[in-house]
Design a binder for this molecule. Structure first.
Ligand code: UT7
Length: 331
């Protein structure tokens, strides 16, 4: 069995920034309410002129990751693209990205529809593929343009989300160093599907003019229910992967949680007995970017010198489905 590790990371966010103050002029809200309840100050929003669609953001983020890993695009032998906002229905975003990157090796391309847990699903799937020898270098992407999917007239939801992309190259460790994915878990509880859904626009309810006029095609969330499940699940999975790797929670150097609400992150940290200094938080700048939050927060913490090679890191995510997953690794 091969060892796998994270070889490189990258991120990209669109140029346009929308602050809470900007939102005050669109809906009945305030910077104070949004910041106190969520920890969000601003979010980035994709241009509709082009150049910042999910696969464009992923292309730019991947160039950074390839540089970081000192690799050529052709060395990627699988692309896993996690997103609930793909460029289009067909073909999948992974295949579009393959072409944009100029990869000619016919590598496997798969989209992952696991909402906010999508990137962690991708890392864990890449890890299994590498360990069993089915793949050598997997590009895992979380890229979202949620600004298209929220109702900008609904203050309960539009304040929460933003656009952005984070990527990681998960590859076979041939360097004989300590970096290694140690343990991972994935799961889902479909009974909570109505807590966070977007039921219109699929095969069951194709879009009609009436659905659009009534603004029923946007994402719908039961915030309080999500909040409770999130904290419980994040804490449970963090403990689970630590146990699997026979590592004490106090030995973990950094927790990189999904960024849905700073209060969810703080509550989870408290349940785990982890000091907030060990928890990576960047929701203030980017809001909730679904599958992109974990790789963006991870990448930023590496770039600003907090996370270093050799550190023990925990990814922890949950989302619509309700999907969830965690990864423990030595970076
Ligand atoms: O990525 C995974 C998916 N996301 C999540 O899991 C998010 C989980 N949930 C949450 O983050 C929080 O539940 C929210 C941030 C969505 C809501 O926070 P809350 O503290 O649970 O607020 P609430 O929904 O209980 O609303 C409190 C009040 C309500 O007024 P009344 O009914 O008490 O008079 C809302 O109408 O705040 C009002 N409100 C707002 N006021 C100003 C709701 N949204 C806003 C707003 N600005 N944007």
């Amino acid at each position: 069995m091969h060892k796998s590790k994270i070889k490189g990371t990258g991120m990209f966010v669109p140029k346009k920034v929308m602050t809470n103050f900007d939102l005050e002029s669109i809906i009945d809200t305030s910077d104070e309410w949004i910041y106190e309840r969520t920890g969000i100050r601003q979010r980035h929003i994709c241009s509709k002129e082009g150049g910042e669609y999910p696969t464009d953001m992923a292309y730019n983020a991947t160039l950074d990751a390839l540089k970081d890993a000192n690799m050529e695009p052709e060395e990627i032998d699988m692309i896993l693209f996690a997103s609930v906002t793909p460029d289009m229905k067909l073909p999948n975003s992974a295949s579009i990205l393959q072409t944009k990157l100029g990869i000619k090796n016919q590598c496997a391309c798969l989209d992952i529809a696991a909402a906010c847990s999508g990137f962690v699903y991708g890392v864990n799937m890449a890890d299994s593929m590498i360990k069993t020898g089915l793949a050598k270098n997997v590009l895992v992407v979380g890229s979202e343009m949620l600004s298209q999917e929220v109702d900008w007239k609904d203050r309960r939801i539009c304040i929460l989300f933003g656009d952005g992309c984070g990527v990681a190259i998960v590859g076979r460790n041939e360097d004989n160093d300590d970096s290694e994915i140690l343990a991972s878990c994935l799961g889902a509880d479909g009974t909570g599907k109505e807590f966070f859904q977007q039921p219109m626009g699929g095969a069951v309810n194709p879009l009609t003019p009436d659905i659009i006029i009534n603004r029923e095609h946007f994402m719908q969330m039961k915030g309080t229910e999500m909040f409770k499940v999130a904290t419980r699940t994040l804490a449970k999975n963090a403990k689970k992967v630590c146990k699997m790797a026979d590592v004490g929670l106090d030995q973990v150097d950094w927790v990189v949680p999904h960024q849905a609400n700073v209060r969810i992150i703080e509550t989870t940290a408290k349940m785990l007995g982890a000091p907030m200094e060990k928890v990576i938080v960047n929701i203030d700048k980017y809001a909730n970017t679904s599958a992109a939050t974990v790789p963006m927060a991870f990448h930023e913490a590496i770039k600003d010198g907090r996370i270093k090679r050799g550190d023990l890191v925990l990814f922890d995510a949950f989302g619509a489905g309700l999907t969830h997953g965690a990864t423990l690794f030595r970076y």
